[in-house]
Design a protein around this ligand. Structure first.
Ligand code: OMP
Length: 280
C-alpha cells in the first residue's frame, strides 16, 4: 500500500484527520518522570496506546530523540507503533535536505533503520536532493512548502521574477510537487495551520497531494479554518488527504500520572473539531 493509500485507509478507519506529533521533551514529562530521558520510549508508547484509534498518522520528531542520545528508543517506538497500530502510518519528521549521495544515507536512515512510512524534507537544494527518497517504492516524501512559523515569509513568500506569472516560491514549489517532480506519486507538502489562506492556495495548485498541516494546538492555528481550506471530501482516489498535526497540546495535557488519559481527551476534542461538517 502506498503512503497516500495508508493515509486514506487510516482516515476512514479512525474517522480522523488528526496526526499526533511525538515530540518528547523530558523537561515537560509528567512529574514522576520529569527530566528522565530514559523514559522517552515509555512516555511516547503510552501516548500511542492512548490515541492510536483516534489518528490517521503519528509524527515523531527526530531531534527530540537525537538530542538525548535516544535514537534506540525511537527505533523501539517505531517497532511498537507497527505492532500495536499497523494501520496508522508514521511520518518521521527529520526535515532533511542534502546532495544526492548524502540524501541516500538519510533515506536509508528514515526508511530502513527507522521503518518510517514517510519523511519530511527541505526542498531548498532542489529536485536531485529529493530523488533518493523516491527510490523507495510506496514511501512518502513531504516537502516543506509554506511553513507554520512567521520566518517562513523570508523565503517562501518571495516572488520568482523569472517564472511565468511570477508566483511566490511556495506556489512554485506546490506546482512542481504536483507535476514534474512527482513522477511516482510519492510527494506531499507541509503547509502551516497558521496560514489557512495559503492552505487553500496550495490545495488549488496541488489537488491530489497529501498535505501535512502542523500548527493547531500550541501554535494557535485555526483547526476549523484549516479543514475548510484543505479538506476536499472523503478519501477518494483523486483528492489529497490532509494530516493535521498537534504535538505539545496533546502530549502535555497533564503533568500527572493521568497524562495518557488527558492526551486522549485532547486528541478526542481535536479530532471532533477537525471532523468536517460535510457528511461522510
Ligand atoms: O514539518 C513539520 O512537522 C513542521 C512544519 C512546520 O511548518 N511547522 C511545524 O511546527 N512543524 C512541526 O510540527 C510540530 C508542531 O508541534 P506543536 O506546535 O507542539 O503542535 C513540531 O514537531 C514542528 O517541528
Amino acid at each position: 500500500m502506498s503512503f497516500v493509500q495508508q493515509l486514506r485507509h487510516a482516515e476512514r478507519l479512525n474517522d480522523s484527520l488528526l496526526c499526533v506529533g511525538l515530540d518528547p521533551d523530558p523537561a515537560k514529562f509528567p512529574t514522576h518522570w520529569q527530566g528522565d530521558a530514559s523514559r522517552i520510549y515509555d512516555f511516547c508508547a503510552a501516548i500511542v496506546d492512548a490515541t492510536k484509534d483516534l489518528v490517521l498518522a503519528f509524527k515523531p520528531q527526530i531531534a527530540y530523540f537525537a538530542a538525548h542520545r535516544a535514537e534506540d528508543q525511537l527505533e523501539q517506538l517505531m517497532a511498537h507503533i507497527k505492532r500495536v497500530a499497523p494501520q496508522v502510518p508514521v511520518i518521521l519528521d527529520a526535515k532533511r535536505g542534502d546532495i544526492g549521495a548524502t540524501a541516500q544515507q538519510y533515506a536509508r536512515e528514515a526508511f530502513e533503520r527507522f521503518q518510517a512510512d514517510a519523511v519530511t524534507l527541505s526542498p531548498f537544494m532542489g529536485r536531485d536532493s529529493i530523488e533518493p527518497y523516491l527510490q523507495y517504492p510506496n514511501k512518502g516524501a513531504i516537502l516543506l512548502c509554506r511553513t507554520s512559523n512567521s520566518g517562513g515569509d523570508d523565503w517562501q513568500m518571495q516572488r520568482l521574477a523569472d517564472v511565468p506569472g511570477q508566483p511566490r516560491l511556495y506556489e512554485h514549489l506546490a506546482h512542481l510537487a504536483q507535476t514534474e517532480w512527482n513522477h511516482n506519486g510519492q510527494l506531499g507538502l507541509v503547509v502551516g495551520a497558521t496560514y489557512p489562506q495559503e492552505i487553500a492556495r496550495v490545495r488549488e495548485l496541488a489537488p491530489t497531494l497529501p498535505l501535512l498541516i502542523p500548527g493547531v494546538g500550541a501554535q494557535g492555528g485555526d483547526a476549523a479554518a484549516t479543514v475548510a481550506a484543505g479538506w476536499r471530501g472523503d478519501a477518494t482516489q483523486t483528492t489529497g488527504p490532509i494530516v493535521v498535526n498537534s504535538s505539545r497540546a496533546v502530549l502535555y495535557a497533564s503533568r500527572g500520572e493521568d497524562f495518557a488519559a488527558a492526551a486522549r481527551r485532547v486528541a478526542l476534542e481535536t479530532r471532533a473539531v477537525l471532523r468536517p461538517t460535510v457528511a461522510r
